[in-house]
Write a protein that binds this ligand. Structure first.
Ligand code: ATP
Ligand code: MG
Ligand code: MG
Ligand code: MG
Length: 469
């Protein structure tokens, strides 16, 4: 059974044999895109090649790209622990053509790798295409021999990719694996597609159009290919598993978590171990790429992930800080492919330990407060926004941590109430500040603070990020 490390190599070797330059993963903090929180796909480091702004000495490339999807447009934080296929940190395997080959070659590459090199069962594979993309349908039919009922036409943006409001865009085709009727979920395009029966493994994007401000589109002269396949998803398949978390790499982290907390990896705490294993990877890789916990921007997303992990460790009964003890297991698994992990190991361990030690006391007290509140609320009532705000303000509970805690109990937070409480507090702070006679300046300061508090746009810290690369 191939390990994830071996599967990564097989993928890259396949494309190297087919004349692709093997390019290193870029850092999680994008160098060239201030609007993007974290690198969330393989194409990010190649944006300027697709638009033709930049040229390099290769026009085909292949990578295994570190990705984090825990904020901004793609946010899978709430999926972790609940689906078999989502992580906050994952590796995206990709092949790219910059004005070189197009669909006629991209589909055969993908099909050959999956069915010949990886020897997947052809009868379990099905694909989606953009509803108007007859070319793609034809290639799937001819080259792969897929029958019409396994080439599903989709008319939504799920199968039409665009770089942004303007710029390169085009149809995409997604390859799915059917895990069989024992698992809940419907075919892509059906109402039950969110289930885990049909798992998307690979997305091939055909950049063939350019979109302008007024919404009009032209055909691009330079047609390009951008693909992405989750290493953990293909890994699960090749290891005969349904769940990403049962792959060798994730499993070893889950076992490390079980060992440190003295809790059965497959017992009732299994979901906590899964979350811890996932969050260990995203937090460690973010720190290795220069992000430090803070109260705004990227650093706040990191802090939120850390604190969520710590709550799960708490639920496993851990008395002492846990996360930093798991770093050696991660370095053993991934340090060879990503040497930056080993280089940053001491920093990662210290940062995790310090955060966990600091948060520990307020975490315990906050969770107690939460329990007490829930005890007196009517059954199924939403947690009042005021309480969620108190947890945030006094106990350092990010809103999503409280929501995560309530989700297990099938309950929600009154988020409008939370927003109101937050706005009231800001207004009070403003008034107090205005009283010092520096009203004009303070308004500007608060506006900036509010902006940087948002988690979607983070242009302001790119310089710092670049300095660290
Ligand atoms: P899904 O619909 O399952 O959420 P997606 O359509 O959002 O996936 P893409 O943006 O197409 O995913 O990314 C390309 C590939 O990266 C996917 O086909 C999948 O194999 C992998 N991938 C995407 N998101 C995740 C994630 N959160 N964890 C692990 N792998 C992922
Ligand atoms: Mg997704
Ligand atoms: Mg999808
Ligand atoms: Mg997709």
């Amino acid at each position: 059974m191939p390990t994830l490390n071996e599967i990564r190599s097989t993928f890259l070797n396949f494309f190297e044999r087919n004349d692709h330059a093997i390019v290193e993963s870029s850092p999680l903090v994008p160098r060239n895109d201030p609007t993007l929180m974290f690198t969330n796909s393989g194409m990010v480091q190649f944006k300027n090649l697709f638009t033709g702004v930049e040229r390099r000495d290769y026009n085909r490339a292949s990578t295994s790209q570190k990705c984090v999807r825990a904020g901004g447009k793609h946010n899978d934080l709430d999926n972790v622990g609940y689906t078999a296929r989502h992580h906050t940190f994952f590796e995206m395997l990709g092949n790219f053509s910059f004005g070189d080959y197009f669909k006629e070659q991209a589909i055969p590459y993908a099909w050959d790798l999956l069915t010949k090199d990886f020897e997947l069962d052809k009868s379990k594979l099905l694909v989606t295409i953009y509803h108007t993309d007859d070319e793609a349908a034809e290639i799937w039919k001819k080259y792969a021999g897929l029958p019409d009922n396994r080439i599903i036409r989709i008319a939504t943006d799920d199968n039409f990719w665009s770089m942004g409001a303007t710029g390169p865009c085009g149809p995409c085709t997604e390859i799915f694996y059917d895990h069989g009727p024992d698992i809940w979920g419907g075919q892509p395009g059906s109402p039950e597609e969110d289930g885990d029966r049909f798992i998307e493994i690979w997305n091939l994007v055909f950049m063939q159009n350019e979109r302008f401000e007024d919404g009009s589109q032209i055909d691009l002269e330079m047609q390009s290919i951008d693909t992405g396949m989750g290493l953990e998803r293909i890994g699960a398949l090749l290891q005969g598993k349904h769940d990403n978390y049962d792959t060798d790499l994730m499993r070893s982290l889950i076992e490390a978590s079980a060992h440190v907390t003295s809790q059965d990896p497959d017992g009732p705490g299994n979901v906590h171990h899964r979350v811890i294993a996932d969050h260990l990877r995203s937090t460690s890789f973010l720190i290795a790429d220069g992000v430090m916990p803070s109260n705004e921007g990227r650093g706040y997303v990191l802090r939120r992930i850390m604190r969520r992990a710590m709550r799960h460790a708490h639920l496993l009964g851990a008395q002492d800080p846990v996360m930093h003890q798991l770093v050696p297991a991660l370095v053993t698994q991934m340090g060879q492919a990503f040497p930056e992990l080993g280089r940053a190991q001491a920093l990662i361990e210290e940062t995790l330990k310090l955060e966990e030690t600091r948060f520990k006391t307020t975490l315990d007290r906050g969770l107690k407060l939460l329990e007490d509140e829930l005890g007196v609320l009517p059954e199924n009532a939403a947690l009042p926004g005021q309480t969620a705000f108190k947890l945030y303000d006094t106990y350092g509970f990010p809103l999503d941590l409280t929501q995560d805690a309530l989700r297990e109990k099938g309950r929600e937070v009154d988020t409008d109430g939370f927003d109101t409480a937050m706005a009231e507090q800001k207004a009070k702070a403003r008034a107090a500040w205005a009283g010092t006679g520096e009203a004009a300046d303070s308004t500007i300061w608060f506006d900036i603070a509010e902006e940087s508090g948002t988690t979607d746009f983070l242009g302001y810290d790119t310089e710092v990020a670049e300095g660290q690369i």
